[in-house]
Design a protein. Structure first.
Length: 261
C-alpha cells in the first residue's frame, strides 16, 4: 500500500486516538498497577502505561523539534508519570493530546522522521493510535477482560501493521508462491475487511506487498476483525477458536513466526 492509501472508511484517527487513550486511562484508574502483562513479558501495568504515555510524548517531541534521527525516549520532557493516580491519568490524557498539538503546530504535511523513513507529520497520529489499541488490549487481557476494540479500528490497525511490515525489507516473510488471505467476518467492513499478502522482492529488497480484496490464498484465515488483529500481533494464539484456518495452516504459523511485532 502507498503512504497516501486511505485508511478504513469512516475512521477519524484524531478522535480515535483520544478515545482509545481515554479508555486506557480509565483502565489505569481502576486497575492494580502491579498486575503483570503476559503479552508484554516482564512488564506490569505501571511499565505499560509509562511506555504508552512516554511514546506519545516521544513522537510529539520528534515532530515539533523536526529531528532527522531517532530521539532517545529517555530524553523526552515529561516522560515519566506523576506518583499520584489522578496525576497519572491526567498525564496519559495529555500525552495523546500532545501528538495532535504537535502535528497542528508544524502542519500535517510537514516532513517528520519515522522508523520507516521520512513521512508527513500526520503519519504519527495513526501510528500512535494503533500503539494505543494494541496496548489497551494488553491491559485488558492482563486484567482478564476480552478486548472490546471496535471492528473498524481493528481492521485499520491490521492494515497499518501490514504497512509497517511491508516497509521493512531484507527478510523472506513468505516463501515464493505462498499467499496469505485474511478475512474479517464483521459484516459491515466491506473491502477494508479483507487483506491479501504476497511475497515481494528478492535479496536485500525481499519482503511483502499487500492489498485489500477477496482472493484465494495458500492459507486463508477468517474471524472477527479484532481477533485477526490481535492474532497478527500475537496477543491471542493462532489456534484461537474464533479463527477459522483454511488451506496450509503451516504457512500461517510460519508467517506469524517471521513477523514479530
Amino acid at each position: 500500500m502507498s503512504d497516501t492509501a486511505p485508511t478504513t472508511p469512516a475512521l477519524d484517527v484524531r478522535a480515535a486516538l483520544l478515545g482509545e487513550n481515554a479508555r486506557f486511562a480509565e483502565l489505569v484508574r481502576t486497575a492494580d498497577h502491579g498486575t503483570e502483562v503476559p503479552t508484554c513479558p516482564g512488564w506490569t501495568l505501571t511499565q505499560l502505561l509509562r511506555h504508552v504515555g512516554r511514546g506519545h510524548r516521544w513522537a510529539a517531541t520528534m515532530i515539533t523539534e523536526r529531528v532527522t534521527e531517532r530521539l532517545d525516549p529517555r530524553e523526552v520532557p515529561g516522560g515519566k508519570p506523576p506518583a499520584d493516580l489522578d496525576g497519572t491519568v491526567a498525564w496519559l490524557r495529555e500525552s495523546a493530546q500532545a501528538v495532535l498539538d504537535a502535528v497542528d503546530a508544524v502542519g500535517p504535511d510537514a516532513p517528520a522522521w519515522t522508523f520507516t523513513g521520512p513521512k508527513p507529520a500526520a503519519w504519527w497520529i495513526r501510528r500512535r493510535l494503533h500503539e494505543e489499541t494494541a496496548h489497551r488490549a494488553d491491559a485488558q487481557l492482563a486484567l482478564g477482560q476480552d478486548s472490546d476494540l471496535d471492528p473498524v479500528l481493528a481492521a485499520d490497525g491490521l492494515s497499518e501493521w501490514l504497512d509497517l511490515v511491508a516497509a521493512r525489507r531484507g527478510r523472506e516473510l513468505l516463501p515464493e508462491g505462498v499467499t496469505l488471505h485474511l478475512h474479517a467476518t464483521d459484516g459491515d467492513l466491506g473491502p477494508a475487511g479483507e487483506w491479501t499478502v504476497r511475497p515481494d522482492g528478492e535479496g536485500e529488497r525481499a519482503g511483502i506487498a499487500w492489498e485489500h480484496g477477496h482472493a484465494k490464498g495458500t492459507v486463508a484465515v477468517r474471524g472477527p476483525a479484532t481477533v485477526l488483529y490481535l492474532a497478527a500481533l500475537r496477543r491471542v494464539p493462532a489456534d484461537d477458536p474464533r479463527l477459522e484456518v483454511f488451506g496450509d495452516r503451516s504457512a500461517f504459523d510460519a508467517w506469524l513466526a517471521a513477523t514479530p511485532f
